[in-house]
Design a protein around this ligand. Structure first.
Ligand SMILES: [Ca+2]
Ligand SMILES: [Ca+2]
Ligand SMILES: [Ca+2]
Length: 198
């Protein structure tokens, strides 16, 4: 009876699973190091979601850079914080576009100081990021095809600050209908087989 209960639970889980899966893009991790480090554009795939990254510097070119202390843009000018998104050589930002519509459910940054400010932008809305840690975007329930995170001037302070590290983000994608349906059918087939065998 316990087995039957377990199998029914699995089958129902596949059939009624409400909201896709989460994919965490760890920009401080080894996959990102291989795909994005020292590139102005790069592609990273996590759990079936492919993200294309572009490094943008307001007035000059730059490359994405991962070091032991952060992930940001190397603006290739003297004095730039090479592993942070900052404003020393023009306002730096990273845009991310996706192969499938996603919900952006979390963005994590670090190395924030009091003068640092980040702007999270999408077609569905925008948020100001003002401290180290994880931000849940105000537009996290909306499906988007891209977003960007960039350094912006602090409106209450004329100094730019030294920037912040773009550590990671998490998205939720809609599962392809065929995958969920096949999973549910497979579990139901297992259940039917188990009942016949008894
Ligand atoms: Ca590097
Ligand atoms: Ca920089
Ligand atoms: Ca900082």
């Amino acid at each position: 009876m316990k087995q039957l209960f377990w199998l029914v639970s699995v089958a129902l889980g596949f059939v009624v699973a409400p909201s896709g899966w989460g994919a965490i893009f760890d920009l401080r991790g080894t996959d990102a190091l291989a795909a994005l480090d020292n590139e102005s554009t790069g592609v990273l795939t996590v759990d079936g979601v492919t993200a294309t990254f572009n490094a943008i510097v307001e007035s000059s070119s730059g490359n994405m850079n991962q070091t032991g202390s952060g992930f940001g843009i190397n603006a290739a000018l003297p004095g730039d914080e090479t592993a942070l998104l900052d404003g020393d050589a023009g306002l730096e930002s990273i845009s991310v576009s996706f192969s499938v519509p996603v919900q952006l459910v979390a963005v994590t940054v670090s190395s924030f100081g009091g003068d640092d400010r980040g702007a999270l932008m999408s077609t569905a809305g925008s948020d100001l990021i003002a401290s180290t840690g994880t931000t849940v975007p105000s537009f996290g329930a909306s499906f988007i095809s891209s977003f960007s995170l960039g350094f912006v001037a602090n409106p209450s302070n004329s100094t730019l600050g030294n920037g912040f590290s773009f550590d990671s983000f998490e998205v939720q994608a809609i599962p392809e209908p065929g995958v969920a349906t096949l999973g549910g059918m497979g579990a139901l087939a297992l259940l039917r087989r188990w009942r016949v065998d008894v």
